[in-house]
Design a protein around this ligand. Structure first.
Ligand code: PGA
Length: 334
């Protein structure tokens, strides 16, 4: 077959959907994860790949043990796919440019603790720009960093931007990490609890890969302390909060995770030496990614609105500091 014949043969049989399925399987190294990402059934993924393999007449993947690997042909096709989809994304951006910020999709990925804040930002932004659709992925820090390296989103929110200079980071709002206990816990109202004493309590920690967990571990290491080995590990802020309310243990989480119940509800903030851990949230995107008008408009809006949220966070922290000072005074007057 001549070169032109081959190209027209491929054009007649290969669909963009097949390439999209192939790209997802190659990138994620898994049929199951690709099916999940594309909201397809696994047999559909297998069938699309079979058609693609039949058209190319060479295997694209090989199985080694339980893992699948790209063959040489697969690697070549993967390179082509990345170019095709990058170009299509650029086309999407250019079309959105032409349309302005009237319509388009804003794709965000945010760390778990910022899920208490981001929907409010989207709600306000959506009222200003009713034609814009949103997609929001909520993941832990490790997964967000992976997504940034794969250019998967328009913008990400995470605790500490990666040190590499390939990303641009815009400060959004302060994120104080505070110690939480059930409001009936005996340590509630006790002033100046030593950090070491906190670790005598059953401690509920986030999963490996969590930025909150890393920040706690860094603080403890700097004080020569460690979380006891017999700890509880939950991969969800909400599950930790419910466990704290149920009296299962104490934890250190973002103050923002108490957005709905406040600090005088079923969960109380403990006055612990060395806390809060003062973290910050950043809006992050790869430096060389061309931002669409929708993304730029959201970035500006979020930075402005971030000022208001920062002021409210500072007011909450001030209230917590005042109640600590009050407990201290009470203790001294005893
Ligand atoms: P996490 O991130 O949701 O991964 O714990 C929180 C943060 O990095 O501030």
């Amino acid at each position: 077959m001549t070169r032109t014949n081959l190209v027209s043969e491929l054009a007649r049989h290969i669909t963009l959907r097949q390439l999209q399925v192939f790209e997802a399987v190659a990138r994620l190294g898994s049929f199951t994860r690709a099916a999940e990402e594309l909201y397809l059934a696994q047999p559909t993924v297998s069938m699309q790949l079979k058609k693609l393999t039949d058209t190319i007449s060479l295997p694209l993947f090989e199985q080694v043990g339980i893992r699948i690997h790209l063959t040489e042909t697969g690697r070549e096709l993967y390179t082509v796919c990345k170019e095709v989809f990058n170009n299509l994304t650029n086309l999407e951006t250019k079309i959105a440019d032409i349309k302005g910020v009237k319509s388009g999709l804003l794709k965000l990925a945010v760390i778990t603790s910022s899920k208490y804040l981001v929907p409010h930002l989207l709600g306000q932004f959506g009222r200003l720009h009713p034609g814009i659709d949103f997609s929001l992925n909520v993941e832990n820090r490790e997964h967000i960093l992976e997504r940034i390296s794969r250019y998967e989103d328009d913008l990400c929110i995470l605790g500490q931007p990666p040190p590499e200079s390939e990303v641009e980071a815009h400060p959004l709002v302060p994120n104080p990490l505070v110690a939480m206990a059930s409001c009936n816990h005996p340590l509630v109202g006790v002033p100046n609890i030593p950090l070491k004493q906190l670790l005598d309590e059953p401690f509920i920690l986030r999963e490996p890969g969590s930025g909150t967990r890393d920040a706690i571990n860094r603080l403890l290491t700097s004080k020569g302390l460690r979380i006891p080995v017999a700890r509880m590990e939950f991969a969800s802020n909400e599950a930790i909060k419910q466990a704290v309310v149920a009296g299962l243990g104490i934890s250190i989480l973002s103050l923002h995770s108490l957005a709905l119940e406040g600090t005088s509800g079923p969960i109380a903030i403990l006055d612990v030496q060395g806390l809060p851990i003062n973290r910050y949230w950043y809006l992050v995107h790869p430096k060389n990614k061309k931002l669409s008008p929708v993304t730029l408009a959201f970035l500006e809006f979020a930075k402005m609105e971030g000022q208001n949220i920062a002021n409210k966070t500072e007011q909450k922290m001030e209230k917590i500091r005042k109640s600590r000072a009050y407990n201290n005074k009470k203790q001294k007057n005893k």
